[in-house]
Design a protein around this ligand. Structure first.
Ligand SMILES: [Zn+2]
Length: 251
């Protein structure tokens, strides 16, 4: 993971650097901000390489579309490698169109849509493991967005486990997906979003995944609620944020 020491620069993941700090004993003052952290590219590299992993067509967008938009706005040279592990038929078409639209600002984008059987990932462990081993050779990311380790969906769990299993010196941020199982937890990493970015995220998810509109929960209310609650918990200036789980962070 991130290191200030000299070693193979591209293989060592981005570290996180402090950019601003304001300290006061009055933690309720609106002028007080927690130390902010930014992603730094490895020494000698100007490109921020982002790997997005999702089990299904809309997972990455629901989990971290706002953060991706913010990264693409903030960094001049972002390379995105986008993997959806299961999507067929119209869902495949939706997945590709959505990823293309969301990463339009990226310097380079690779979109991979696999055909692992929806709902059966735990029973396709060997094939998935083989794929992740190939992926590790194919792309060396600075930051990885993947499913939450304690997500109760069996496919999501499998992707989270394989992410940690495969990428062992990388910054990994686990995103969350609201669902029937009621498995939301307590994120410890928040990305503040401007109101316009939050609105763009919700519009994007609703407009790109029409096949999901038959699900009663697939509504703007649900997506805004998530952003608002995490915004409140993360003390976001515009009250919108995405929450993540960060298990290892090196300084
Ligand atoms: Zn999913």
């Amino acid at each position: 993971m991130g290191s200030l020491e000299k070693s193979s620069p591209r293989r060592v993941l981005s570290t996180v650097t402090a950019t601003s700090i304001s300290v006061s004993v009055d933690s309720c003052s609106p002028h007080v901000t927690m130390l902010h952290l930014n992603f730094a590219t490895p020494p000698g590299a100007s490109t921020l390489r982002v790997l997005c992993l999702g089990a299904h067509a809309d997972d990455i967008e629901i989990g971290c579309a706002g953060t991706l938009l913010r990264l693409l706005q903030s960094y001049p040279d972002v390379e995105v490698y986008w993997v959806v592990c299961s999507a067929a038929g119209p869902r495949r078409t939706e997945a590709i169109a959505s990823a293309q639209a969301l990463t339009r600002q990226a310097a380079r984008t690779t979109i991979v849509v696999k055909r692992f059987r929806d709902g059966y990932f735990p029973y396709a462990g060997a094939q998935l493991k083989d794929y992740f081993e190939r992926l590790k050779q194919e792309f060396s990311p600075d930051v990885i967005f993947t499913h939450y380790r304690d997500d109760l969906h069996q496919d999501h769990q499998q992707i989270a486990a394989l992410t940690w299993n495969t990428f062992r010196q990388h910054l990994i941020l686990e995103y969350e997906i609201p669902k029937y199982d009621g498995d939301l937890g307590t994120p410890n990493f928040f990305v503040h979003l401007e109101k316009s970015v939050a609105e763009r995220k919700v519009r994007h998810v609703l407009s790109h995944f029409e096949t999901q509109h038959s699900k009663r929960w697939f509504t703007q209310d649900v997506f805004y609620s998530m952003l608002k609650i995490r915004g409140m918990e993360g003390n976001a200036p515009d009250l919108y944020a995405e929450g993540f789980y960060c298990r290892k962070l090196f300084f």
